[in-house]
Design a protein around this ligand. Sequence first.
Ligand code: PHE
Ligand code: NA
Length: 456
Amino acid sequence: MGREQWNSRTGFILAAVGSAIGLGNIWRFPYITYENGGGAFFIPYLFAMASAGIPFMIMEFTMGHKWRRAAPGIFTKLGVDLKLRLQWLGWFQVMIAAVIGIYYVAIIGWSISYLGLSFTQNWGDNTNDFFFTQYLQLGAYSPFNLGDLLLHIAIPMFIAWSITFFAVYTGIKEGIERANKILMPLLLIIVLFLISQTVFLPGAQKGLNYLFQPDFSQLLNVKVWSAAYGQIFFTLSVGFAIMLAYSSYLPKKSDINNNAIITVSINCGFSILAGILVFSVLGHMAEEQAQPITNVVSSGVGLAFVTIPEAISHLPIPYILGPLFFTSLVVAGLSSHISIIEAVISAIIDKLNYPRKKVATLVCGLGFIISMLFATNGGILLLDLVDYFINNIALIFSCLVEVIILAWFIKASIIRHYANQLSDFNTGKWMELCLRYMSPVILLIILVRNLINTFT
Ligand code: PHE
Ligand code: NA
C-alpha cells in the first residue's frame, strides 16, 4: 500500500493553516505586538515572515515532499547521505510535539469548560479568583474536590482528545483533511462575526490605537527583533516535525512555493484579525470600567481565562459572543492539536510499520492518561514551566540545528531548486542567503538571549 495522500491542494493548505493558526495567534500575537512597538512591530514581523517564515516553510515542505516520511525518517535519510547520525533530531522534534500535545490539550479542555460557562457568565465578578481558586482549585484554601476536577477538567479534556483521536484515526483524507475543511472556514466566520460585533463598541477604537500606534524608536531594540522572529517560528509550527509530517503526504505534483506562501500569509493575516478582536474587546472593557487599557492587557492563560471572561460580561449579548469566542479558541486549538498528534503518529507508523488505527489508539490513549497530570491542581504550574522551556529553548534549538543541517550540509541551493522546479513561482537567491546566513545567526542570538534570561 502506498503512502496516504491529501485529496486536494486546498485540503493540504487548510490542514497546514489549521496547524499554524492556534492559540498563539489569538493570545500571543496581539500582546507581543502591543508590547513591542505596536504598529511599528509589523516591520520586524513582516521582515521575519519573509526572511525566515517563508524560507523555513518551503524548506520543510520540500523535505516532506521529497522523502515522503515523517521527521525521524527524513533525518535518517539525510544522515545516510552525509554519513552522520541524524535520526535523533527527528525524534527530538517528535518528542517536543508529544510534550506540546499533552499540555495544549489541557488548554483546549479549559476552553471547552469556559464555552459552557460563558452562556451564563458563571464566573462571577472576580474572574481571577474564579479561575485559579475555584476552577483550577489552586489556592491555599481551595477545597480539593475530585468530583469537580473530573467534571470541569478531565471530561472536557477527554472530549478534546476524542475529537483529535477521531481525526487522526480516520486518516489523512477522510479525517484530518475533512476536519480542517470544516474547522477553518468556521473559525474565520466566527472571528469576522465577533469583530463586526465588537469593533464599533465604545472604547474599541482606543484599544485599536494602542495596538497599532507605531513606536518607531522600538525598531532599534534587539528584543523587538527577537520577539518577531520567535513569534514567527512558533506561529508557523515549524521545527516541530509537524509541517514535515503534513507535507510528506503531498502528491508528487505539488506547487511547494505557492503552498508555503499561502499558508504563511493566511496565518499572519489571521493574527491581525485576532489582534483587532482582542484589542476591541479590551478597549471596550477599559472604557466601561473607566480605567486605562494598560491595566487590562495581558496574554496567554491570563488573557483567555481571566481578562476575556471579565470583558465578555461587559459585552452586549454576552451569552452569544462569549460562547462564540470560546468556540474560536477551541477550534483554533483543536486543528493545531490534530497536527501535533499526527506528527507523533506518522513517525511511529513509519518506524514500526504498524497500522494507523492501532498507533492512533495507543498514542491518544496514552496521551490522555498523561495529560491528566494537568487535571490536578498543580497542572497550571507544570504547564507554565513546560511551555516556557519548549517555546524559548527547545523550539529555537531545534530550528537552529535543522537549518544548519539543511542549509549547510544539504545545501540551501538544492532545496531551492527542488522547490522551484515544482512551482509556478520561483524563489531567487535571497532564499539561500536567508537560510544559510540570516536564520542561523538570528536563531543563535535568540537562543543565547533566552538561555541568559532563563539562568540569570
Ligand atoms: N502554531 C500554533 C499557534 O500559533 C501553535 C502550535 C505549536 C501548533 C506547536 C502546533 C504545534 O498557536
Ligand atoms: Na499560528
